[in-house]
Design a protein around this ligand. Structure first.
Ligand SMILES: *Cc1c(COP(=O)(O)O)cnc(C)c1O
Length: 407
């Protein structure tokens, strides 16, 4: 008799975005004619750039011709694209081999899939607040035992607070896998070289692996901040990096990413190369490669011209971020992030929890945010605004907050 994976039943209901949708629907039903400005969801809005469009057209044309048509490619991804990434990382002083890079259909799936090559009873540590997929995939994998007071038992939560600049201390206990996201979603803050070094040292001392999600690396403008975990000495023995073209070049719908598993990475009982080979085994068994139509477009993104064009998109979003940050600061709302990341993490007004402030912002200013508590207990009392919007919407939202929010 077939039975379901009972671990799915341990997942808490997908509460955050459905609940936002429910509350906004209710509001618009009660207030017909009122236009809400949505600064909640972290999705790109600007169109693909010229180089990307041109390459996408080219690849489609090649697929239309029997002489240039291609079917299955390498599960690890086109060599061209991996070589372009090798070159891209050299700019940061990171030297990779093409076979340490695995092209994917995005960072989110790999951030979950990567757990499957480690022991099922691995102890996982996450930042709190946290990008939900790291936690939910651990629950589905049976790594947790119950949900108490807003936290899964069996997961080690590393508090990110105003006091520690929203970057946690290393765990006090021994853990096996550590998810770090920098620049961070949701807090918009970026880990420094020294902060990451502490985690690499911890991983070294405890035989742990850091799973580093750098999906927003391209938003870093401060040259002193690391864009890759592999800028940290010793990290190639203790870390995996996951990244994508989603936020870098507006590929959220196109779907293309990459994961780096260095040859030098080792865990308990493995020789160098074994973990890399295991991920290769996983991919060749369960993945048939990213779309051959979009991979050349990834090469185009990484070309000199493509980089210039993506930088324009990023600059646009970061100007939005500045408008939001300044606007909130002008009325005395404390903000974090939004300088090297497209998210502004802001403190709810005194006396309001995240959802109460969400309702207040919606009903008074007609602006939809994301309540911080939706990212974990550590987000309570905060809200997140996304800079991935159109300029006019951002300006209207800020104007409305300044004029209408009752402080
Ligand atoms: C948007 C985002 C990603 C990107 O996921 P894709 O699957 O590549 O679109 C990864 N990690 C974080 C934290 C994100 O916010």
């Amino acid at each position: 008799m077939a039975r379901i994976n009972q671990n799915y039943k341990s997942l808490q209901a997908g509460y955050l975005f459905p609940e936002i949708a429910r509350r906004t629907r209710e509001f618009t039903e009660r207030n017909p004619g009122v236009e809400l400005i949505r600064l909640g969801i972290g999705d790109t809005t600007l169109p693909l750039t010229d180089s990307v469009i041109k390459e996408l057209h080219n690849t489609v044309d090649r697929m239309a011709d029997a002489n240039t048509y291609s079917g299955y490619g390498m599960e690890q991804g086109n060599l061209d694209l991996r070589q372009a990434l090798v070159k891209h990382y050299k700019k940061y002083g990171v030297y990779l081999e093409p076979d340490e890079i695995f092209i994917s259909d995005g960072a989110k799936p790999d951030s979950a899939n990567i757990q499957s090559i480690f022991a099922p009873d691995s102890v996982i540590a996450v930042q709190d607040p946290v990008y939900p997929v790291y936690v939910d995939s651990a629950v589905i994998g049976g790594k947790t035992k119950g949900f108490v007071d807003g936290r899964y038992k069996g997961i080690v939560y590393m508090d990110c607070t105003e006091e520690n600049g929203f970057f946690p201390d290393v765990p006090k206990e021994k853990v096996d896998l550590i998810y770090l996201c920098s620049p961070n979603n949701p807090t918009g803050t970026v880990a420094t070289h020294d902060q990451l070094k502490k985690f690499v040292d911890y991983a070294h001392d405890n035989n742990a692996v850091i799973i580093f999600d750098s999906a927003y690396a391209s938003f870093i403008s401060d040259e002193t901040l690391p864009r890759s975990i592999f800028e940290i000495e010793g990290a190639e023995e203790h870390a995996i990096e996951i990244n994508s073209f989603s936020k870098l070049a507006g590929f959220t719908g196109v779907r293309l990413g990459w994961t780096i598993v260095p040859h030098k990475l080792q865990v308990e009982g493995t020789a160098p190369g074994e973990v890399q080979a295991l991920w290769n085994r996983r991919q060749t068994t369960m993945f048939n490669g990213a779309s051959n139509i979009v991979q050349p477009a990834g090469v185009a993104v990484l070309s000199a011209q493509g980089q210039k064009e993506s930088q324009k998109l990023i600059d646009y979003y970061m100007e939005n971020a500045e408008i939001i940050r300044k606007g909130l600061n002008d009325i005395g709302i404390k903000t974090f992030g939004g300088v090297n990341a497209p998210y502004i993490w802001a403190k709810a007004l005194k006396g309001y929890d995240s959802w109460e402030f969400f309702d207040k912002l919606m009903s008074e200013a007609h602006v939809v945010c994301t309540p911080g508590s939706g990212f974990g207990n550590g987000g309570e009392g905060y809200f997140r605004l996304s800079a991935f919007g159109e300029r006019e919407n951002i300006k209207s939202a800020v104007k409305s907050i300044k004029e209408n929010l009752k402080i």
